[in-house]
Design a binder for this molecule. Structure first.
Ligand SMILES: NC(=O)c1ccc[n+]([C@@H]2O[C@H](COP(=O)([O-])OP(=O)(O)OC[C@H]3O[C@@H](n4cnc5c(N)ncnc54)[C@H](OP(=O)(O)O)[C@@H]3O)[C@@H](O)[C@H]2O)c1
Length: 356
């Protein structure tokens, strides 16, 4: 019988916890083997490779680097091409997913059921965020899927929950978002900033890529979401991103109704905490390697609704890699079997929190 193999390319901020998540739930996910590709043989990185191998993953490396990995006592099992050729689903976790598609993945479309890339890789394939556009994925048709960025997940779940646009298409007047981004991740040494640094509004229509991607995400389910706009600023912190939102709707709402919807949607978590570090710290103690898998953490004390009930303003915290990890696993399980992926994903329910 053919083995079900998930192959992860890249072992960085997204790749490393993703491999761990797949290994920890291999049986519930019905996966026979988890393989991963590491590009650079680094002494400083070998501890994570050792641990992933100990947990049952198999290492794949480029042929010309095979000996360098062995010299550092990292034992490869497969050459990069072998790992791709035998994979059922491939999850790219590099910042070069589009390049990988052109140079490598396109050669394996007859063998691999599907390929998934991450937020920076616009154009890789059909955009996807778990729970927002699952019904846009078409078996036998979609073979390349791009998991949208962590902040786009957050924007999507906000627009969906507050404006209910899936069922009330015309309800959204407009939505404005400011993405207050951490400058780098705690796992990264580079790119820390000494001061707030604003991003350019490089997209004429949507401001930054966050609202553009939100619009494209909804296009996959037949929506023209043109009335959304985003800005971005990087802050000198390594904690979570924070989103400021201002959403205007046609149908007036009362505060209790909005909060009820938010509290009933498992994809959102709520918090009375007002700092990113307090929310982050909760994840560290209760999440999967520090990650919670809710798509956003809605800050209750920051919520404001206008007197006419039509304008909602507030802040959310983005579980940056958590929501991307969830959608990546969901897409891989969907490629393996679209009929069972939803049930299998319930194995992760312990990492969803109604309140933080
Ligand atoms: N960081 C987040 O919180 C976050 C959240 C959501 C989405 N994403 C998305 O996830 C993707 C990966 O981001 P990340 O933060 O995980 O990156 P990262 O920490 O820098 O890791 C990148 C990984 O890609 C591998 N890689 C292979 N070829 C590469 C190349 N030519 N240049 C650079 N790296 C290469 C690296 O391998 P070696 O180390 O072996 O060289 C490394 O394991 C991006 O699309 C990003 O937008 C990130």
């Amino acid at each position: 019988m053919t083995k079900t193999i998930v192959h992860v390319v890249g072992t960085g901020t997204i790749g490393e916890p993703l491999i761990g998540l797949l290994l920890a739930h291999k049986d519930e996910f019905d996966i026979d083997e988890v393989t991963f590709h590491k590009r650079t043989p680094l002494l400083t990185d070998r501890s994570k490779v050792f641990d992933l191998l100990k947990k049952g993953a198999k290492l794949a490396v480029d042929e010309d680097r095979w000996d360098s990995f062995k010299e550092l006592d990292m034992e490869p099992s497969y050459k990069a091409e072998e790992a791709l050729a035998q994979a059922t689903a491939v999850i790219d976790c590099t910042p070069i997913g589009n390049r990988m598609k052109d140079e490598q993945y396109k050669n394996y479309t007859d063998k691999v059921k599907g390929f998934i890339a991450q937020g920076s890789e616009f154009g890789f394939g059909k955009m996807y965020a778990r729970g927002i556009n699952d019904h846009a994925l078409k078996p036998g048709e979609d073979q390349f899927v791009q998991v949208v960025s962590c902040n786009t997940h957050n924007l999507a779940v906000l627009v969906e929950t507050i404006a209910q646009i899936s069922t009330k298409k015309e309800n959204l007047v407009n939505a404005n978002f400011v993405c207050l981004r951490r400058s780098n991740d705690i796992s990264q040494d580079e790119s820390f900033l000494p001061a707030p640094t604003v991003g350019a509004h490089s997209n004429k229509k949507f401001g930054t890529h966050h609202a553009r991607d939100l619009s494209h995400l909804y296009k996959t389910v037949g929506f023209e979401l043109d009335n959304v706009f985003s800005s971005a600023i990087k802050l000198p912190t390594q904690y979570m991103h924070t989103i400021h939102f201002a959403i205007e709707v046609h149908e007036p709402l009362v505060e209790a109704e909005v909060l009820d919807r938010i509290q009933k949607n498992p994809r959102l978590s709520v918090t009375h905490k007002t700092s990113a570090n307090a929310v982050f710290s909760f994840g560290r103690d209760h999440g999967h390697f520090g990650r919670i898998l809710n798509q956003t953490v809605f800050c209750l004390p920051s919520f404001h609704i206008s007197e006419d009930g039509k304008k909602m303003t507030g802040f959310c915290f983005t579980p940056q890699d958590g929501n991307s990890l969830l959608s990546s696993v969901a897409a891989a399980l969907w490629f393996i079997d679209p009929e069972t992926y939803h049930d299998k994903l319930q194995a992760l329910s312990q990492f969803f929190f109604s309140e933080i």
